[in-house]
Design a protein around this ligand. Structure first.
Ligand SMILES: [Zn+2]
Length: 337
């Protein structure tokens, strides 16, 4: 069994969004500074290859891929106010999709690694077949899932998306299929406005989309209960060959792009739930970075996730004491009411 794998590429720093844009290159440098200080947590660091056109076009239309590429080649432009393309954007997005594809290739190889993490940008989970949305150009986790199903022998892929925003692009791409089980926990009535509880998929995919909104201001108990009682049992029944996490960190209480109250340790706990599922089903697990814009919280939470996924947690990262955790205090508050 191989070491856990970490994928990134310097091209991901060349998607230079304008000053003040929250989705910025410093996100990756913050993560990598923390990882370097910690010896990369025992992960083997690999440089991501670019995704081929064939891989991208298994999810995105050729016209859309061309549109992103030509805008980059012209030196940049914008699909709209928040979806900015610069000269380096196409290359960044192609390497971000390539990282996710290389990760699933390694995870599904015989005797390969059981755990992977891709720290790449721009993020991907809002990107649809032929549109950009919410800072995302290509949908890396969808491209990698399609690759796993089409070429790597996977029959069922489970994607859990814990970004504070609904993973509408991924949900839309796999809405009609039953070979991908998609589960998203996200802030209700929030960007991009999709992902109500009633959205359970369509056609052959009916029942294969699990959308679990939480209220603004939710603490970790809201996320954990949905994972423990709905997402994990459904995923276990689904018996995936591959488990993927759309790992966004904007539900962290320090992140002003979201309105929820997760702690750094909350992400470690969610990763432990998913690691447990992966162990019970015999599937490898890989995470792909989505959002997360408060740099210190992002870097610490990525490290916490990677440690928990790899199962090499330090002694000080045991579950928080029940009586002192913010979540317990929150539950207690309501209990007394
Ligand atoms: Zn987000």
């Amino acid at each position: 069994m191989g070491r856990p794998l970490y994928f990134s590429h310097p091209a991901c720093l060349e998607h230079e969004t304008p000053g003040g844009h929250p989705e910025r290159p410093a996100r990756i440098t913050a993560i990598e500074s923390s990882l370097a200080e910690r010896g990369w947590l025992g992960y083997e660091v690999r440089e991501a290859p670019p995704a081929s056109r064939q891989l991208l076009e298994a999810v995105h239309s050729a016209e859309y891929v061309d549109a992103v590429r030509s805008m980059s080649d012209r030196g940049g432009g914008a699909f709209d106010q928040e979806n900015i393309v610069r000269a380096g954007s196409y290359d960044a997005a192609v390497h971000a999709s390539g990282a996710a594809c290389a990760m699933v290739e390694a995870l599904l190889a015989a005797g390969g690694a059981r755990v992977g993490f891709c720290a790449t940008r721009p993020p991907g989970h809002h990107a649809r077949t032929d549109t950009t949305c919410g800072f995302c150009l290509f949908n890396h986790i969808a491209v990698a899932s399609r690759h796993a199903l089409d070429s790597l022998g996977a029959r069922r892929v489970f994607i859990v998306d814990w970004d504070v925003h609904h993973g509408d692009g991924t949900n839309d791409i796999f809405r009609g299929t039953n070979d991908v089980l998609f589960a998203s926990i996200h802030q209700s009535r929030f960007f991009p406005g999709t992902g109500p509880l009633s959205d359970a998929g369509a056609r052959a995919g009916e029942g294969y989309s699990i959308n679990l909104p939480v209220e603004k201001g939710s603490y970790e108990d809201a996320w954990f209960s949905r994972l423990e009682h709905i997402v994990i049992p459904a995923a276990e029944e689904f018996a995936p060959d591959l488990v993927l996490i759309s790992a966004g960190y904007d539900a962290h209480r320090d992140d002003r792009q979201g309105g929820c109250e997760l702690e750094t340790s909350s992400f470690a706990e969610m990763a432990r739930y998913i690691r447990g599922l992966a162990e019970r089903t015999g599937a490898p697990v890989g995470a792909v970075l989505e959002g997360g814009y408060a740099l210190d919280a992002l870097a610490a939470s990525v490290c916490a996730t990677m440690e928990a996924l790899a199962g090499n947690e330090p002694a000080d990262s045991v579950a928080p004491d029940f009586f002192t955790s913010r979540a317990a205090a929150h539950i207690g508050f309501h209990w007394r009411l």
